[in-house]
Design a protein around this ligand. Structure first.
Ligand code: K7E
Ligand code: CUA
Length: 613
């Protein structure tokens, strides 16, 4: 690119960058490899091909949308490594089949599915600590916690007073709370009151304790909320929103040109709860954060309402905690909110210090740690790279802060850059999660895959480069990208972490604990279960507990019981339990579902259910 001469204005420099960037973008689209580059692409992107047997540099945790799960990808290869069932049922893991996960899902409402959108990994001191991931259920108002030692869902909170939990994010720097941002307005409590009076509906902001997964308090607000992101210093938390009109039809919801970003003052809310300024609804303290609430009248309101155009969708805080950036969705701009100024201004609108014109349908923004923001343009099918400080310096509606745009295929929702949600993003890779793939993959019928595209953003001089397409089953929304060495997955289970008694070889028991109840404790190993046969009576309740006594990593067994809808998995050193009714007399071949050895097919045992008489 042409280097800017020293006399150039910043704005001219940005323009020069935009031209070079546009060319870079073109080069990227061709995907050409420079023969002399030693595996480098034309833009200096490191080779994203991870050779067989080699490991990726990053974990990417993608939400599965209405599939209800989390997908784990390696980056930069984009290889899908694992799925973690969360709100769905998943037989390979026995999730929703063994007693523990079945009871957890039952207690969380008993739904068979959920809509995961925002996977966020816990942080300590504004950096990923590898402990947990959290994800919302947009459909049923829940928040789940995933243990990143075992890569499994270990808690689900059914959030009272919240129908549809959309935004999900942690209060930083140390994950004090996980926030569930309520979307739909409904009567609170939703017990039949006010059904015909939408003006009485409300939505709440819920603070969940990450250790206990209990809701500590909620804040009732005006209007609909949408997405959320926390400041990095534990004070402000931002939500976007639409429907400040408080309508119930589309035309009512889009009547006004403005909506509200809400800035929640976490310490002020905690003080209100401490002082007893709340009403307990469905066992949760609910603080009134509506605009006319007395708690919002003084110098230290608990919620500041910041008018922004029009139905802002994504919001994310910059790595340096200076700004919260909300994307306009139905407006071509983003609003740059100065977080420090929020404390000082009396009119919250004065805290908006930048409004760059980015393009059509700006949805979500990520960061590279070098002062750039990257925003998806849903309607334009592009990712736009722009300079944050240039946007603060420029006039409102100026396009000058735009550095470069790159086409994506097609209609991106979220995008996420490596470690973008921490205070120290890596600034190398970015994934654009595109809603449509149209003709980019072999046709598979009227339902198409989505398209997750990997873009290299590490070269400011030559611009962004599209590196890879990955078809994706519907439908990833958001993701978190974490350096691989920040996560330490277990190789085998530690029996101490499991509530059930470990049953070694020789310790297996079958015990009739009541007239109609049998308890089985047995082990599994290559190529047998602890008992070659188990006999019970018709009508018995059977508690079947199985320990996988293998020490070798990767050797899984499962216990499948035909015609009883049972498939429980046992990873090495794991003990799993299932309780079922043996209602129908007969012989049922219980077998192992994982191909664990050459004698895997012989790894089975008979469940004999004797007829009553
Ligand atoms: Cu934009 Cu649920 Cu984050 Cu989808 S939300 S895209
Ligand atoms: Cu164990 Cu197959």
């Amino acid at each position: 690119m042409i280097l800017p001469n020293l006399g150039m204005e910043r704005r001219d420099f940005m323009k020069a960058g935009a031209v070079a960037g546009a060319l870079g973008g073109l080069a990227g689209c061709t995907g050409m490899l420079d023969d002399n580059s030693g595996g480098q692409t034309t833009n200096g992107a490191p080779n994203a091909h991870v050779p067989p047997g080699e490991l990726d540099e990053y974990y990417a945790f993608l939400s599965g949308g209405h599939s209800g799960d989390i997908r784990v990808l390696g980056l930069p290869s984009m290889r899908e490594i694992m799925k973690i069932p969360v709100f769905n049922h998943e037989s390979a893991r026995g999730y929703g089949f063994d007693d523990k996960s079945r009871e957890m899902l039952e207690e969380a409402g008993g739904y068979t599915w959920g809509d995961t959108h925002h996977p966020r990994v816990s942080q300590t001191d504004n950096d990923y600590d590898g402990r947990w991931a959290f994800v919302n259920d947009k459909a049923n108002g829940r928040m789940a916690r995933i243990d990143l030692q075992y890569f499994e869902t270990d808690a689900i909170c059914n959030i009272p007073n919240q129908q549809g939990t959309h935004g999900a994010c942690c209060v930083l720097p140390d994950t004090k709370y996980v926030i569930g941002v309520g979307e739909f307005r409904a009567p609170i409590p939703n017990d039949g009151r006010d059904v015909d009076d939408p003006s009485e509906y409300g939505s709440v902001f819920a603070a969940i304790n990450p250790e206990t997964m209990n809701v500590e308090w909620e804040v009732l607000v005006d209007g609909n909320m949408d997405n959320g992101d926390g400041g990095k210093e534990g004070k402000w938390f931002f939500t976007t929103g639409y429907n400040s009109e408080e309508g119930v039809t589309e035309s009512e919801m889009t009547r006004s040109d403005r909506d509200m970003v809400k800035a929640f003052n976490i310490p002020a809310i905690e003080a209100a709860v401490e002082a007893g300024n709340y009403e307990t609804i469905n066992e949760v303290p609910v603080v009134d954060g509506r605009q006319d609430s007395s708690l919002n009248q003084g110098d230290d309101p608990i919620v500041k309402y910041i008018p922004t155009p029009k139905s802002p969708h994504g919001v994310s805080v910059t790595p340096d905690n200076k700004y919260a950036i909300a994307s306009g969705k139905l407006d071509p701009t983003a609003s740059v909110i100065d977080i420090e100024a929020l404390d000082e201004v009396s009119d919250p609108e004065e805290a908006i210090v930048g409004r760059p014109r980015l393009g059509m349908g700006p949805l979500h923004t990520a960061y590279d740690g070098r002062g750039h923001a990257y925003t998806t343009l849903f309607i334009d099918s592009q990712v736009v790279k722009w300079d944050i400080e240039a946007a603060v310096e420029a006039e409102a509606m100026s396009e000058d802060p735009v550095v470069e745009k790159i086409d994506v295929h097609y209609n991106p929702g979220h995008l996420i850059a490596s470690e973008s949600y921490t205070s120290d993003p890596e600034g190398d890779w970015l994934i654009s999660l595109n809603k449509l793939s149209k003709d980019r993959f072999l046709p598979v019928g009227p339902m198409h895959p989505e398209n997750d595209q990997l873009i290299y953003i590490g070269d400011d001089e030559n611009g962004m480069e599209l590196v890879k397409d990955k078809p994706s089953y519907a439908e990833p929304h958001d993701a978190s990208i974490v350096q691989a060495d920040k996560i330490e997955p277990a190789k085998v289970y530690d029996p101490e972490d499991i509530d059930l008694e470990y049953t070694g070889a020789g310790d297996e028991t079958i015990e009739r604990v009541a007239d109609d109840r049998v308890e089985v404790k047995m082990y599994s190993m290559r190529n047998e279960f602890g008992f070659p046969e188990i006999t019970v009576k018709e009508g018995d309740t059977v508690e079947m507990q199985v320990t996988n006594i293998e020490q070798t990593s990767d050797i899984l067994h499962s216990l499948v019981i035909p015609e009883h809808d049972i498939n429980i998995k046992m990873a090495p050193q794991e003990t799993t339990k299932v309780t079922f009714e043996a209602d129908d007399p007969g012989v049922y071949w219980m077998y192992c579902g994982f191909f664990c050895s050459a004698l895997h097919l012989e790894m089975r045992s008979r469940l004999i259910v004797q007829p009553e008489d």
